[in-house]
Design a protein around this ligand. Structure first.
Ligand code: KIV
Ligand code: ZN
Length: 391
């Protein structure tokens, strides 16, 4: 039985962008934010406003544009960061300030050069300041998985006392293991949260390839917000991949019985849009959205799938929005084939737009041997977003 809901916090525009080859400009981020809203994420972390004027402007623009989605801005536990984040969030219908400080001994000693007492005070002061501007404050204990558990609990208690309602437990360096991480979540739940209306969040990096497994173990232990990115992009080996989290919850609802608000048929189009913006594609064998995720090469597999797709497929390509036809688009293709492909990707193109898009398509087809879905998305006008199509 599905009952409780988990919130999906997307940090593609912030943590995702913090990796080589992933920088995006203002226009691209606005476009992606509007697609993330169509995808149904609950929170978009739009940037780190004190970090640059560019980030400030993105948070401001995304705040203005988002209708139903909460917009979060990241800041250190430093007053000037909080004031800048609040300024950037001014127009947001649902603003959230997300403040963080490192709690592991190694980070406190070598990066912050602060004592535990000082970190506790920084936490207290920054959350108090943030609450002057917004009602929703998230606090992250950076490098939580390498921190002393009693100390994290102490910091989280201070965060709650000052009004934070979301406590984030980041596995900043991708070090933890699923059972160990689940125990940490349980400890925070039992020792700090109790029956108060506080959300436990998790934020996992993928250095050992365990970000999704760790996030799901945390959900089963009581976390109700998961931080993730499209295509799993992010610092170093990336963050937990949104599409993998969502489809694992869908396919294994028997073991992970929680609702979420993601429109699964938008997963592929969102992944393709991101690939069309940043400088690299997902690897072909990437789960859910890779080019080979639903391809069957071996004869025995092909025979099985043709007899009954369930022989080798645990979900259908259509359920995540992967087009089902194999029409190859090239310079000899006509407008009808192009329109049909766009429709499968979730884009309904009108009479006026198709002339312009078709021209861009034929220009591209003159230059490129193979046209991928992400190329088709890249040539669309900026204001065109896919419709949310029911599965
Ligand atoms: O990985 C991390 O610890 C972070 C925090 C800022 C949440 O990105
Ligand atoms: Zn991170």
């Amino acid at each position: 039985m599905r009952s409780e809901k988990i919130d999906i916090f997307d940090t593609t525009l912030r943590d995702g962008e913090q990796s080589p080859g992933c920088s995006m400009d203002l226009k691209e981020k606005i476009r992606l934010a509007s697609q993330l809203e169509a995808l149904g994420v609950n929170i978009i972390e739009a940037g780190f406003p004190i970090a640059s004027v560019g980030d400030f402007n993105v948070v401001k623009a995304v705040s203005k544009q988002c209708k139903s989605t909460t917009v979060a801005a990241l800041c250190r536990t430093v007053e000037k960061d909080i004031v800048r984040a609040a300024e950037a969030l001014e127009k947001a219908k649902h603003p959230r300030i997300h403040t963080f400080v490192a709690t592991s001994d190694i980070h406190m000693e070598y990066k912050l050069q602060k004592t535990r007492g000082e970190v506790l005070e920084m936490t207290r002061n920054s959350i108090r300041k943030a609450r002057e501007y917004v009602t929703e404050v998230e606090f992250s204990a950076e490098d939580a998985t390498r921190s002393d558990v009693d100390f994290i609990c102490e910091v989280f208690r201070v965060a709650i006392e000052e009004g934070a309602t979301i406590l984030n437990i980041p596995d900043t360096v991708g070090y933890t293991l699923p059972d160990e991480f689940a125990n940490l979540v349980r400890t925070v739940k039992e020792e700090v949260v109790g029956d108060r209306d506080i959300t436990i969040s998790v934020h996992c990096h993928n250095d050992l390839g365990l970000a999704v497994a760790n996030s799901l173990a945390a959900v089963n232990a009581g976390a109700r917000q998961v931080e993730c990115t499209i295509n799993g992009i992010g610092e170093r080996a990336g963050n937990a991949s949104l599409e993998e989290l969502i489809m694992t919850c869908r396919v294994r609802a028997d073991k992970i019985p929680f609702e979420n608000s993601i429109v699964e048929t938008q997963l592929y189009a969102t992944s393709q849009l991101l690939s069309s913006i940043i400088s690299f594609d997902v690897q072909p064998n990437k789960a859910i959205v890779g080019r080979n995720a639903f391809a069957h090469e071996a004869g025995i597999h092909q025979h099985g799938v043709l007899s009954n797709p369930l022989c080798y497929e645990i979900m259908t390509p259509e359920s995540v929005g992967v087009p089902s036809n194999n029409i190859v688009l090239g310079k000899h293709s006509g407008k009808h084939a192009l329109l049909a492909r766009y429709l499968e990707l979730g884009y309904e193109i009108g009479e006026i737009d198709i002339r312009q898009i078709y021209r861009s398509f034929t220009d591209l087809a003159d230059k490129k041997k193979k046209i991928y879905d992400q190329d088709l998305i890249a040539i669309l006008p900026d204001n065109l977003n896919p419709q949310a199509i029911a599965a």
